[in-house]
Design a protein. Structure first.
Lengths: 246, 429
């Protein structure tokens, strides 16, 4: 079996170690003798390249980089939307997550239109409002406690037609107010959690891998169990510090 | 007014030394600035001391130390804000210690290390004679914010300075661009040596868009991270031609340290010190605290490579790897001076930068995150090489290092201070 990983804008949207998510997917496939190929979808990629991918990942960026990406991605918004609607698994972090929503309202009131695939919007409360920064944990029924680090100025609010990724246990989540964190639509996951998120949350990583393979090969996939002792200890270490039971 | 401040400040420093409250390095300054916000500028204006600010993400301390060595070996009197106290309070404190009660500074040069974020604040308070801007890398986003924001603030500050001379890195696009449209004199340093060139980019690289028009830059060669021979195909902005591209003697290993040397040398040359005098001075150079600092412990050599962000980490690993390291300890902390977010370790190129013959030991507040990173880079790491206690990791590494080998330690900032304390015996094993 082979998994084709589409990495959206690796040179521009890679700011918080999100490359670790790609590495985690690759390694956990490699350890099970599942082949992987990473397609780097940088500015100027074709719809053809995008459609080859079995799973998509996109990270966060600085404002300037985000502008350049926005211009390019709008040209391929339809193709991306079609893939998301077709249940192609995807993980969209921070800037990428905001970008799937309807709009991003800047501190000065200026509205930046986003892709509108996720029913949510984001507002930046201005330079005087504090950024939401720190180790964070949220709870999801399927994946248990998901652990990472968040660092964002924007506050995201979910609409009616989208589910939350999880409930905040420690940290701020989408907006620091309603205890929601991230969003799930079909097999696409949006979240503010860096860390990066996948290495320390192997259940989530394996879920993405198995879903992607199930959809590609149209059969039930049961992944071989791996030794996750170290992952578990890394989770415990930070959970203990945050006084969270896992 | 300043007489009283100086008297008070000096007694406070003395008092804190007597009471052993540490160096007391910033609070006399804190009080001075509360009493007179213009204190720094007033004292400096009265004196003949030339003020040199050193800023950038990596290499501030080393560059300041290099310059200090060059000046002092050439019979100049220098004072600097030492012990990492690189904020306004620290500078004010340095001035209190370095002047007499009349507020006369008897120094030829004042060298101040200035944080990326503090620079605009400082230049509001004083107009320096020189600003050396080394580089801008992604560092502690949780504290400093994004580098584009910093570069923009710097540009605003620089444009307000009219008598300051600038020493800028031509190979870092953001830094080089700062030199555009300035009233003052700008001197560039950069590298031009095939030996250091890379044709592919490292994963930690960040500033790859044109600082002027936002188009992706093209590179003829990379030296490290986003530093290299760059140009913009769209707006035609390009790397300025440096007035200094190499030097006859480098006291430190590694490409990053070569940049620091070039910056210090160019500044010294601009001030009229000739190459022969500079080289002679640099031959006496001793590295700063934890920056390639070598210590001898029980007849064994230990060398510390402070590494604060993906770029400096990659460069340290590269340098250590070239030295055929047998024993390497990595210490990852996540306290405020280190940055509380450790995700950056996934941008380090461990995959290619750790030799399979190197014995690796891991420790620090986030040792398990580090171990996970190592595991996913395909390097086997066994439980007995993972230590929750720094003391135990150091002891183990030292024991396994033979007398003719070097025990390399690669710590983050707070980890470096802790490691030094243990190694110098100030903390009992």
């Amino acid at each position: 079996m082979k998994l084709i990983i589409g990495w959206l804008y690796p040179t521009l949207m890679n700011i918080y170690g999100d490359r670790g998510n790609i590495i985690a997917l690759q390694k956990r496939c490699e350890w099970r003798e599942i082949q992987t190929e990473v397609i780097k979808l940088d500015v100027g990629f074709t719809e053809n390249e995008l459609e080859k991918c079995d799973i998509l990942l996109m990270g966060g960026a600085q404002d300037k980089q985000q502008e350049a990406v926005s211009k390019d991605l709008f040209k391929k918004a339809k193709a991306l939307q079609a893939m998301i609607e077709k249940n192609i698994p995807g993980l969209y972090i921070c800037g990428a997550y905001q970008f799937l929503g309807k709009y991003y309202k800047e501190a000065n009131g200026n509205i930046i239109n986003c892709l509108g695939i996720f029913d949510l919007y984001t507002e930046n409360p201005g330079e005087n409002a504090k950024r939401l920064i720190g180790n964070a944990v949220f709870e999801n029924k399927k994946f248990g406690k998901v652990i990472g680090f968040e660092n964002h100025g924007g506050r995201t609010h979910l609409g009616k037609n989208i589910a939350l990724f999880g409930k905040v246990v420690k940290g701020f989540g989408n907006n620091g107010l309603d205890q929601t964190e991230g969003a799930i639509y079909k097999n696409s996951f949006g979240t503010y959690l860096h860390g990066p998120i996948l290495p320390k949350n192997p259940i989530l990583t394996d879920y993405l891998i198995s879903k992607a393979l199930e959809i590609k090969y149209n059969q039930q996939i049961i992944l071989k169990k791996l030794n996750d002792n170290l992952e578990q200890r890394a989770r415990l270490a930070i959970a203990k510090r945050l006084s969270v039971g896992i | 007014m300043n007489f009283l401040i100086l008297l008070l400040g000096k007694s406070l420093s003395k008092l804190s030394k007597i009471l052993n409250l540490g160096h007391g390095s910033t609070w006399p300054g804190h009080i001075a600035l509360r009493l007179n916000p213009a204190f720094i500028d007033q004292v400096l204006k009265k004196s003949k001391t030339k003020v040199i600010l050193v800023t950038g993400t990596n290499g501030k301390t080393t560059t300041a130390k290099l310059l200090q060595t060059i000046f002092e070996e050439n019979s100049k009197k220098v004072f600097l804000n030492s012990s990492g106290a690189n904020l306004l309070n620290g500078i004010a404190s340095s001035i209190i210690l370095g002047s007499n009660l009349k507020g006369n500074l008897s120094f030829d040069y004042a060298i101040f290390e200035v944080d990326e974020n503090t620079l605009p604040q400082i230049t509001e308070t004083l107009e320096p004679d020189f600003i050396i801007a080394l580089n801008l890398f992604r560092d502690q986003l949780d504290r400093y914010g994004e580098i584009n924001t910093i570069a923009r603030k710097w540009k605003n500050s620089y444009q307000k300075l009219h008598k300051t001379q600038f020493i800028l890195n031509a190979d870092d696009p953001q830094i080089a661009y700062l030199g555009n449209n300035l009233d003052s004199k700008v001197y560039y340093f950069g590298l031009n040596d095939k030996k250091f060139e890379y044709t592919t980019q490292q994963h930690a690289a960040d500033s790859i868009l044109c600082p002027k028009c936002g188009t992706k830059l093209t590179y003829e060669a990379f030296y490290f991270s986003h530093l290299g021979k760059w140009k913009c195909d769209n707006c035609k902005l390009g790397r300025p031609i440096p007035s200094l591209e190499n030097f006859e003697y480098y006291p430190l290993l590694g490409t990053y340290a070569i940049y620091d040397t070039l910056a210090a040398v160019l500044t010294a040359q601009t001030l009229g010190i000739n190459s022969g005098q500079i080289t002679a001075a640099l031959k006496t150079f001793k590295p700063a605290f934890g920056r390639q600092e070598i210590m001898e412990i029980d007849g064994k050599k230990v060398q510390l490579f402070l590494s604060k962000n993906p770029t400096s980490f990659n460069e340290s690993l590269r340098t250590i790897n070239e030295s055929k390291a047998k024993n390497l300890l990595i210490v990852l902390n996540d306290r405020i001076p280190d940055g509380t977010d450790v995700s950056w370790i996934w941008d380090i190129d461990f995959e290619t930068l750790i030799d399979k013959n190197t014995k690796l030991y891991l420790t620090g507040d986030r040792v398990y995150d580090l171990a996970l990173r190592i595991k996913y880079s395909g390097i086997p790491i066994s439980d007995e090489k993972i230590f929750e206690k720094l003391e135990e990791a150091i002891l183990k590494g030292l024991t396994e290092t033979n007398n003719d080998e070097v025990f390399y330690i690669l710590p983050t900032y707070s980890a470096m201070l802790e490691t030094r304390k243990i190694l110098t015996g100030k903390k009992i094993l």
